[in-house]
Design a protein around this ligand. Structure first.
Ligand code: DGL
Length: 310
Protein backbone atom coordinates (compact mmCIF):
# COMPACT_ATOMS: atom_id res chain seq x y z
CA UNK A 1 0.00 0.00 0.00
CA UNK A 2 1.38 3.44 -0.92
CA UNK A 3 1.66 6.05 1.77
CA UNK A 4 -0.47 9.16 1.22
CA UNK A 5 1.41 12.44 1.58
CA UNK A 6 0.74 15.51 3.68
CA UNK A 7 -0.01 13.88 7.03
CA UNK A 8 1.22 14.42 10.58
CA UNK A 9 4.40 12.61 11.59
CA UNK A 10 5.03 11.41 15.14
CA UNK A 11 8.64 10.81 16.04
CA UNK A 12 10.27 9.13 19.00
CA UNK A 13 13.40 7.15 19.79
CA UNK A 14 11.20 4.05 20.08
CA UNK A 15 7.82 3.01 21.44
CA UNK A 16 7.34 5.97 23.82
CA UNK A 17 5.75 8.21 21.19
CA UNK A 18 3.03 5.61 20.59
CA UNK A 19 1.43 6.86 23.81
CA UNK A 20 1.34 10.37 22.31
CA UNK A 21 -0.03 9.09 19.02
CA UNK A 22 -2.73 7.17 20.84
CA UNK A 23 -3.74 10.20 22.91
CA UNK A 24 -3.98 12.25 19.74
CA UNK A 25 -6.12 9.60 18.03
CA UNK A 26 -8.44 9.56 20.99
CA UNK A 27 -8.56 13.33 20.92
CA UNK A 28 -9.56 13.62 17.28
CA UNK A 29 -12.09 10.83 17.58
CA UNK A 30 -13.68 12.62 20.54
CA UNK A 31 -13.18 16.25 19.68
CA UNK A 32 -12.45 16.92 16.03
CA UNK A 33 -13.94 14.27 13.81
CA UNK A 34 -13.27 16.25 10.62
CA UNK A 35 -9.57 15.54 11.08
CA UNK A 36 -9.97 11.81 11.30
CA UNK A 37 -8.87 11.33 7.70
CA UNK A 38 -5.56 13.17 7.92
CA UNK A 39 -2.95 10.40 7.68
CA UNK A 40 -0.75 9.86 10.69
CA UNK A 41 2.79 8.50 10.43
CA UNK A 42 4.85 6.98 13.17
CA UNK A 43 8.62 6.86 13.05
CA UNK A 44 10.30 5.15 16.00
CA UNK A 45 14.05 4.80 15.96
CA UNK A 46 14.07 1.74 18.26
CA UNK A 47 17.39 0.39 17.00
CA UNK A 48 19.17 3.50 18.29
CA UNK A 49 17.06 3.85 21.46
CA UNK A 50 17.38 4.88 24.17
CA UNK A 51 18.36 8.41 23.16
CA UNK A 52 18.60 9.56 26.76
CA UNK A 53 22.20 8.42 27.13
CA UNK A 54 23.44 9.58 23.73
CA UNK A 55 25.42 12.75 23.12
CA UNK A 56 23.52 15.73 21.72
CA UNK A 57 25.42 15.32 18.47
CA UNK A 58 24.30 11.70 18.06
CA UNK A 59 20.71 12.64 18.86
CA UNK A 60 20.82 15.39 16.22
CA UNK A 61 22.21 12.99 13.63
CA UNK A 62 19.40 10.49 14.30
CA UNK A 63 16.77 13.19 14.14
CA UNK A 64 18.11 14.44 10.82
CA UNK A 65 17.68 10.99 9.30
CA UNK A 66 14.02 10.88 10.31
CA UNK A 67 13.36 14.39 9.03
CA UNK A 68 14.58 13.41 5.55
CA UNK A 69 11.76 10.88 5.46
CA UNK A 70 9.26 13.47 6.70
CA UNK A 71 10.28 15.91 3.98
CA UNK A 72 9.78 13.27 1.30
CA UNK A 73 6.26 12.71 2.64
CA UNK A 74 5.57 16.45 2.54
CA UNK A 75 4.26 16.32 6.10
CA UNK A 76 1.99 19.09 7.30
CA UNK A 77 3.41 18.88 10.84
CA UNK A 78 5.84 16.89 12.93
CA UNK A 79 5.22 15.92 16.53
CA UNK A 80 8.37 15.33 18.53
CA UNK A 81 6.73 12.68 20.67
CA UNK A 82 9.92 12.51 22.67
CA UNK A 83 10.93 14.80 25.53
CA UNK A 84 14.61 14.12 24.90
CA UNK A 85 14.52 15.22 21.25
CA UNK A 86 12.41 18.24 22.16
CA UNK A 87 14.82 19.24 24.91
CA UNK A 88 17.90 18.84 22.73
CA UNK A 89 16.84 20.21 19.36
CA UNK A 90 13.26 21.49 19.02
CA UNK A 91 14.40 25.08 18.57
CA UNK A 92 16.90 24.40 15.81
CA UNK A 93 14.44 22.16 13.97
CA UNK A 94 11.90 24.98 14.03
CA UNK A 95 14.52 27.29 12.56
CA UNK A 96 15.30 24.86 9.81
CA UNK A 97 11.96 23.50 8.58
CA UNK A 98 8.92 25.29 7.26
CA UNK A 99 6.30 22.97 8.74
CA UNK A 100 5.16 23.29 12.35
CA UNK A 101 7.03 21.23 14.90
CA UNK A 102 5.20 20.39 18.09
CA UNK A 103 7.33 19.32 21.03
CA UNK A 104 6.79 17.20 24.14
CA UNK A 105 7.19 19.28 27.27
CA UNK A 106 7.02 17.72 30.75
CA UNK A 107 3.83 18.84 32.54
CA UNK A 108 5.80 20.71 35.21
CA UNK A 109 3.56 23.78 35.33
CA UNK A 110 0.24 21.90 35.71
CA UNK A 111 1.80 19.91 38.57
CA UNK A 112 3.53 22.89 40.19
CA UNK A 113 0.38 24.94 40.51
CA UNK A 114 -0.85 22.51 43.18
CA UNK A 115 2.29 23.13 45.26
CA UNK A 116 4.05 20.57 47.45
CA UNK A 117 6.96 18.29 46.65
CA UNK A 118 7.28 17.43 42.97
CA UNK A 119 9.61 14.86 41.47
CA UNK A 120 10.28 15.08 37.75
CA UNK A 121 11.44 11.85 36.15
CA UNK A 122 13.28 12.27 32.83
CA UNK A 123 16.18 10.95 30.78
CA UNK A 124 19.78 12.07 31.38
CA UNK A 125 19.79 14.15 28.19
CA UNK A 126 16.54 15.91 29.10
CA UNK A 127 17.74 16.62 32.64
CA UNK A 128 20.97 18.08 31.29
CA UNK A 129 19.31 20.34 28.73
CA UNK A 130 18.97 24.12 28.97
CA UNK A 131 15.39 24.01 27.81
CA UNK A 132 14.36 21.72 30.67
CA UNK A 133 16.23 23.80 33.26
CA UNK A 134 14.56 26.96 32.12
CA UNK A 135 11.14 25.25 32.34
CA UNK A 136 11.90 24.25 35.95
CA UNK A 137 13.10 27.78 36.73
CA UNK A 138 9.89 29.24 35.33
CA UNK A 139 7.86 26.85 37.49
CA UNK A 140 9.89 27.71 40.62
CA UNK A 141 9.42 31.44 40.06
CA UNK A 142 5.75 31.16 39.29
CA UNK A 143 4.97 28.78 42.15
CA UNK A 144 7.57 29.53 44.85
CA UNK A 145 5.90 27.26 47.39
CA UNK A 146 6.60 24.25 45.21
CA UNK A 147 9.66 22.13 45.88
CA UNK A 148 10.84 20.72 42.54
CA UNK A 149 13.32 17.85 42.42
CA UNK A 150 14.75 16.50 39.18
CA UNK A 151 15.62 12.83 38.89
CA UNK A 152 17.42 11.37 35.84
CA UNK A 153 16.11 7.81 35.48
CA UNK A 154 19.17 6.19 33.99
CA UNK A 155 18.14 3.17 31.95
CA UNK A 156 14.39 3.29 32.63
CA UNK A 157 13.29 4.05 29.03
CA UNK A 158 15.41 1.18 27.70
CA UNK A 159 13.99 -1.14 30.33
CA UNK A 160 10.42 -0.23 29.39
CA UNK A 161 11.26 -0.76 25.71
CA UNK A 162 12.67 -4.21 26.53
CA UNK A 163 9.89 -5.36 28.88
CA UNK A 164 6.83 -3.84 27.30
CA UNK A 165 5.17 -7.26 26.95
CA UNK A 166 5.69 -8.10 30.61
CA UNK A 167 2.86 -6.54 32.63
CA UNK A 168 4.34 -7.79 35.92
CA UNK A 169 7.83 -6.36 35.48
CA UNK A 170 9.02 -4.43 38.52
CA UNK A 171 10.55 -1.02 37.74
CA UNK A 172 10.87 0.20 41.33
CA UNK A 173 14.69 -0.01 41.34
CA UNK A 174 14.70 2.80 38.72
CA UNK A 175 12.53 5.13 40.80
CA UNK A 176 13.91 7.50 43.44
CA UNK A 177 13.10 7.01 47.11
CA UNK A 178 10.82 9.50 48.80
CA UNK A 179 7.21 10.48 49.19
CA UNK A 180 6.43 13.28 46.75
CA UNK A 181 3.05 15.01 46.46
CA UNK A 182 3.16 14.59 42.71
CA UNK A 183 5.32 13.07 40.00
CA UNK A 184 5.83 14.45 36.50
CA UNK A 185 6.69 12.04 33.70
CA UNK A 186 9.32 13.77 31.58
CA UNK A 187 9.68 10.95 29.07
CA UNK A 188 6.99 9.49 26.84
CA UNK A 189 8.20 5.94 27.53
CA UNK A 190 7.28 6.35 31.20
CA UNK A 191 3.61 6.80 30.32
CA UNK A 192 3.38 3.03 29.84
CA UNK A 193 4.05 2.54 33.54
CA UNK A 194 2.07 5.51 34.79
CA UNK A 195 -0.24 3.28 36.85
CA UNK A 196 2.71 1.50 38.45
CA UNK A 197 4.36 4.82 39.35
CA UNK A 198 1.07 6.04 40.78
CA UNK A 199 0.79 2.93 42.96
CA UNK A 200 4.47 3.11 43.95
CA UNK A 201 4.19 6.65 45.36
CA UNK A 202 0.46 6.85 46.03
CA UNK A 203 0.28 10.35 44.55
CA UNK A 204 -0.83 12.19 41.41
CA UNK A 205 1.23 11.50 38.29
CA UNK A 206 1.24 13.95 35.38
CA UNK A 207 2.10 13.37 31.74
CA UNK A 208 1.98 15.87 28.90
CA UNK A 209 0.09 13.82 26.30
CA UNK A 210 -3.26 15.54 26.51
CA UNK A 211 -1.57 18.93 26.20
CA UNK A 212 0.34 17.77 23.12
CA UNK A 213 -2.85 16.47 21.48
CA UNK A 214 -4.54 19.81 22.02
CA UNK A 215 -1.53 21.68 20.70
CA UNK A 216 -1.30 19.55 17.52
CA UNK A 217 -4.84 20.41 16.61
CA UNK A 218 -4.25 24.10 17.07
CA UNK A 219 -1.24 24.26 14.76
CA UNK A 220 -1.51 21.72 11.98
CA UNK A 221 -4.56 22.76 10.01
CA UNK A 222 -3.14 25.86 8.45
CA UNK A 223 -0.05 23.92 7.49
CA UNK A 224 -2.17 21.27 5.73
CA UNK A 225 -3.84 24.07 3.85
CA UNK A 226 -0.47 25.40 2.71
CA UNK A 227 0.55 21.96 1.45
CA UNK A 228 -2.67 21.61 -0.50
CA UNK A 229 -1.82 24.95 -2.09
CA UNK A 230 1.33 23.33 -3.42
CA UNK A 231 3.88 24.64 -0.97
CA UNK A 232 6.01 21.67 -0.09
CA UNK A 233 7.95 21.68 3.15
CA UNK A 234 11.38 23.10 2.64
CA UNK A 235 14.46 23.60 4.73
CA UNK A 236 13.85 27.21 5.44
CA UNK A 237 12.90 29.27 8.41
CA UNK A 238 9.39 28.60 9.60
CA UNK A 239 7.29 31.71 9.64
CA UNK A 240 6.08 32.78 13.06
CA UNK A 241 2.57 32.86 11.68
CA UNK A 242 2.66 29.15 10.89
CA UNK A 243 3.44 28.36 14.51
CA UNK A 244 0.56 30.24 16.03
CA UNK A 245 -2.33 29.18 13.83
CA UNK A 246 -5.63 28.52 15.49
CA UNK A 247 -8.07 25.72 14.86
CA UNK A 248 -10.62 26.47 12.13
CA UNK A 249 -13.55 24.11 12.37
CA UNK A 250 -14.98 22.83 9.11
CA UNK A 251 -18.64 23.29 8.30
CA UNK A 252 -20.83 21.71 10.94
CA UNK A 253 -17.82 21.02 13.14
CA UNK A 254 -17.85 22.30 16.67
CA UNK A 255 -14.79 24.18 17.76
CA UNK A 256 -13.23 22.38 20.72
CA UNK A 257 -12.88 24.88 23.51
CA UNK A 258 -10.02 24.35 25.92
CA UNK A 259 -12.37 23.73 28.80
CA UNK A 260 -14.29 21.15 26.85
CA UNK A 261 -11.21 19.40 25.61
CA UNK A 262 -9.79 19.24 29.11
CA UNK A 263 -12.90 17.51 30.36
CA UNK A 264 -12.26 14.57 28.08
CA UNK A 265 -10.74 11.54 29.63
CA UNK A 266 -7.63 10.10 28.03
CA UNK A 267 -7.10 7.65 30.81
CA UNK A 268 -7.17 4.61 28.59
CA UNK A 269 -4.78 6.00 26.02
CA UNK A 270 -2.35 7.14 28.68
CA UNK A 271 -2.25 3.86 30.47
CA UNK A 272 -1.77 1.80 27.37
CA UNK A 273 -5.22 0.17 27.14
CA UNK A 274 -7.18 -0.09 23.89
CA UNK A 275 -8.40 3.41 23.15
CA UNK A 276 -10.73 3.22 20.16
CA UNK A 277 -14.27 4.33 20.77
CA UNK A 278 -17.35 3.07 18.91
CA UNK A 279 -15.00 1.17 16.63
CA UNK A 280 -13.74 4.35 15.01
CA UNK A 281 -10.30 4.07 13.49
CA UNK A 282 -7.66 6.47 12.31
CA UNK A 283 -5.12 5.42 9.67
CA UNK A 284 -1.56 5.19 10.96
CA UNK A 285 1.38 4.45 8.68
CA UNK A 286 4.52 3.09 10.29
CA UNK A 287 7.82 4.23 8.84
CA UNK A 288 11.48 3.38 9.06
CA UNK A 289 13.40 0.20 9.68
CA UNK A 290 11.73 -0.49 13.01
CA UNK A 291 8.18 -0.07 11.79
CA UNK A 292 7.24 -3.71 12.52
CA UNK A 293 8.21 -3.40 16.19
CA UNK A 294 6.17 -0.24 16.60
CA UNK A 295 3.29 -1.55 14.55
CA UNK A 296 3.04 -4.68 16.68
CA UNK A 297 3.43 -2.79 19.93
CA UNK A 298 0.74 -0.34 18.89
CA UNK A 299 -1.61 -3.12 17.89
CA UNK A 300 -1.09 -4.93 21.18
CA UNK A 301 -1.12 -1.92 23.48
CA UNK A 302 -3.78 0.21 21.85
CA UNK A 303 -5.66 -2.15 19.53
CA UNK A 304 -6.14 0.21 16.62
CA UNK A 305 -6.19 -0.32 12.87
CA UNK A 306 -2.74 -0.31 11.34
CA UNK A 307 -1.53 0.45 7.85
CA UNK A 308 1.95 -0.41 6.78
CA UNK A 309 4.15 0.29 3.81
CA UNK A 310 4.28 -3.37 2.79
N1 DGL B 1 10.68 8.65 24.79
C1 DGL B 1 11.77 9.48 24.98
C2 DGL B 1 11.53 10.73 25.80
O1 DGL B 1 10.41 11.15 25.85
C3 DGL B 1 13.15 8.99 24.87
C4 DGL B 1 13.63 7.97 25.79
C5 DGL B 1 15.01 7.51 25.37
O2 DGL B 1 15.12 7.11 24.21
O3 DGL B 1 15.93 7.59 26.18
O4 DGL B 1 12.43 11.29 26.36
Amino acid sequence: MGIPKGGIAFFDSGIGGLTVLSSYEQYIIDVARAHKDVPLYYYGDNKRAPYGNLSEERIRRNVKRAFRVFCRLKVCAVVLACNTVTAVCAEELREKYSFPIIGAEPAVLPAAKHGGKIVILATNATCASKRFHSLCETARKKFPRTDIKIYPCEGLAGEIEAHIQDAEYDYSQFLPLGSPDSVVLGCTHYVYIKDKIQRHYGCDVYDGNEGIAHRILTVFEESCQKNRDGRPPTEKKCSKKGETTTFHPRKGEEKPTKAKANKRSYKNAKTGVKCTKNNQKVPVFFLGRCRKINQNTYKQMFGVKIFSKN
